[in-house]
Design a protein around this ligand. Structure first.
Ligand code: ADP
Ligand code: ZN
Length: 292
C-alpha cells in the first residue's frame, strides 16, 4: 500500500509516503510559500510516487468537518496567502485519490495513538508547546472537532502572582499560549528559551502554566493519557515539575488509576517528531477505507 502523508506547517511542508503499519518509505520537505508556489511542487512529488490516498495534518484554523460545504478549506489564518484556500480540493483535482484532513495537532495525537505512546488508548490529549500551543483531543476513539476544532491553546489561565512578564497573544490578556509558548518565555526572560536551561525560575513558572492548562483540560475532556510535544518540551526537566504541579493544582479532586501513576499519565511524545506525519499516514489509510 502506498499512502501519501502531508504535515502542512506555517514554515514547512513535510511530505511522506508510507504504509498502514506506519513504515515510512520516503520523506521530503518544501518551505511553505504561497499556494501558487508550493502546491505544484507537492502535487508533482506525490504524483511521481503513485499514492493511493492522502492524509493531511494541517495548520489551522481549517474546516475539518466532513459534510461542511467548505470541508478541507484553510480558514482565516494569519498566513494570508492561504486564507480560504481549498487545499483538499486542489489535491483531489490533481491526484484523484481519497483524502482526509485534520488539524496538525489532531494528526500528532493520531500518530501517537496508532504508532506511539498512546497505542491502544482511546481517549488521549496531545499538546504541543512550541511557537504556539495547540491541543489535539481524541475521546472514545473519535477526534474532537465540534463547531470548528478545539483551540485549547487559547484557554484563559490566571496569571501567576510572581509573573512580571506579559501575555504575548494578540487576542487575549491572559491565555495559555500567550503565557507559556516559546515566544512568551523569550519575551519574559529576554533570552532564547534553550539558553535558559539553567535558570530554575524560568521552568518553575513555565511548568505552573502548563500544569494549569493540563488540569483544565483533564477536568473538561477526561483524557486517559496526556502527551506533550513541541520545541519547549525539549526541556526534559519540565516533566517532573509539570507532574508535581498538576497534582497540586488538581487538589485531589479526581482519583483514578491513571492519576495515581503520573509518570505514565503525562509523557513526552515518543516518535522522534514523526508523530505528525505518522498521523497523516493514518488519515490516508482511513480515507482509503472509507472510500472502499
Ligand atoms: P513550531 O511550533 O513552530 O512548529 P517548535 O515546536 O520547534 O516549532 O517550537 C519552537 C519554539 O520552541 C521556539 O519558541 C523555541 O524557543 C522553543 N524551543 C526550541 N528548542 C528549545 C529547547 N531546547 N528548550 C526550550 N525551548 C525550546
Ligand atoms: Zn490567546
Amino acid at each position: 500500500m502506498r499512502l501519501g502523508a502531508l504535515e502542512a506547517g506555517g514554515t514547512k511542508m513535510v511530505l511522506a509516503v508510507g504504509d498502514e503499519k506506519g513504515n515510512i518509505f520516503e520523506e521530503t520537505q518544501f518551505p511553505t510559500k504561497t499556494p501558487e508556489e508550493t502546491m505544484p511542487l507537492m502535487i508533482e512529488w506525490f504524483k511521481e510516487r503513485n499514492i493511493e490516498a492522502l492524509g493531511i495534518g494541517c495548520f489551522g484554523p481549517v474546516d475539518v468537518n466532513e459534510g461542511s460545504p467548505t470541508y478541507g478549506y484553510i480558514l482565516d489564518t494569519p498566513k494570508l496567502p492561504w486564507v480560504r484556500y481549498n487545499i483538499v480540493g486542489a489535491f483531489k483535482e490533481a491526484l484523484n485519490v481519497p483524502i482526509k484532513i485534520d488539524t496538525d495537532v489532531n494528526g500528532s495525537c493520531l500518530g501517537e495513538m496508532h504508532f506511539g505512546a498512546a497505542k491502544g488508548i482511546d481517549s488521549v490529549l496531545y499538546i504541543t508547546i512550541g511557537t504556539g500551543v495547540g491541543a489535539g483531543i481524541s475521546i472514545d476513539g473519535k477526534m474532537v472537532h465540534g463547531m470548528l476544532h478545539p483551540e485549547a491553546g487559547h484557554m484563559l489561565i490566571a496569571r501567576h502572582p510572581k509573573d512580571k512578564g506579559e501575555c504575548v497573544c494578540p487576542y487575549h490578556d491572559s491565555c495559555f499560549e500567550g503565557l507559556a509558548a516559546g515566544p512568551s518565555i523569550e519575551k519574559r526572560w529576554g533570552a532564547k528559551a534553550k539558553d535558559l536551561t539553567d535558570n530554575d525560575e524560568v521552568w518553575e513558572l513555565e511548568s505552573y502554566y502548563i500544569a494549569a492548562g493540563l488540569v483544565n483540560l483533564c477536568l473538561s475532556v477526561s483524557p486517559k493519557k496526556i502527551i506533550l510535544g513541541g520545541g519547549v518540551m525539549h526541556q526534559e526537566k519540565l516533566f517532573p515539575l509539570i507532574r508535581k504541579k498538576f497534582t497540586e493544582l488538581m487538589g485531589g479532586y479526581i482519583r483514578t488509576p491513571e492519576l495515581s501513576d503520573m509518570d505514565s499519565y503525562i509523557v513526552p511524545n515518543s516518535l522522534n517528531d514523526e508523530q505528525g506525519i505518522l498521523g497523516a499516514i493514518y488519515l490516508a489509510d482511513e480515507a482509503l477505507k472509507s472510500n472502499n
